[in-house]
Design a protein around this ligand. Sequence first.
Ligand code: ATP
Length: 302
Amino acid sequence: MIQLYIPLNFLGVIYREIKQSLTDLNRMFTLMDKEREVADDPDAQPLQIGNPPPEVRFENVQFAYDPSRPILHDVSFTIPAGRTVAVVGPSGSGKSTLARLLFRFYDVQGGHVRIAGQDIRNVTQSSVRHAVGIVPQDTVLFNDTVEYNIAYGQPGASREQVEAAAKAARIHDFIVATPQGYETRVGERGLKLSGGEKQRVAIARTLLKNPPILIFDEATSALDSANERAIQNELRSAAQGKTSLVIAHRLSTVVEAHEILVMDAGRIIERGRHEDLLAAGGRYASMWNMQLNQPESEALAD
Ligand code: ATP
């Protein structure tokens, strides 16, 4: 029996390895597909950001993933240097698409996305990605050490710099309590982290990268209130002095934003500061009232 068990067990290990490799390959091809979405002009120059942080501007942006289905219709807004604009709206209204365009995952089909006055289609993609940091809702961690996952934001960073970023993102104490500390392997084949812990690794990665423009995609998943408040504080301190676009699900984020954009079906249907939108008694006001009645919910987005 044992003779049969060992080869079967071995086959199981091989099967899992192959399956994992295929998952990794799939992910790689998805990323490569994304890379192919935009191409630099042969004479494209790097983005010039004189005095950071820069202004970000969307001008009459039109965009479709598939030409038969327009997604964004004539979207215009400005994030003044160092300010935060929050975007709210129902699922599928185009919020994350704004973030992808600002990171230049895709090029717009009409209008312009400008950073410091330069159309990001005319500058190198790598310089745009260098200037923009994203804290996504669901961070994918590499099957590598915690240190590697944080330092990915800034290749060549020293252990001291990684630890400083982890402390600022309040994940350091958690890391040093794991069996191998910063050498602990995480990801699908290593230590599994909770949604909140993964987001803190992403915040540490972004703090280390220290880009002048930040994009936050706030988690909709139910974090407990204490954890949520802590992450909010971390995001707020990370955004100090940076130009930020926040896909917002939390009241505290929108209340403080320089401007709130309410999206619906790819259009900005309301915009303004929190008090003005409340006073207007439109869609934002009803989303706000709904969330007030569900204090632990994520009703602002949905
Ligand atoms: P959520 O709050 O659920 O994240 P969202 O407001 O961020 O939604 P987007 O992710 O921007 O919405 O999606 C806007 C529309 O674009 C949706 O109808 C979605 O199905 C479509 N879409 C998003 N990504 C792609 C893609 N890669 N290819 C084709 N269509 C897409």
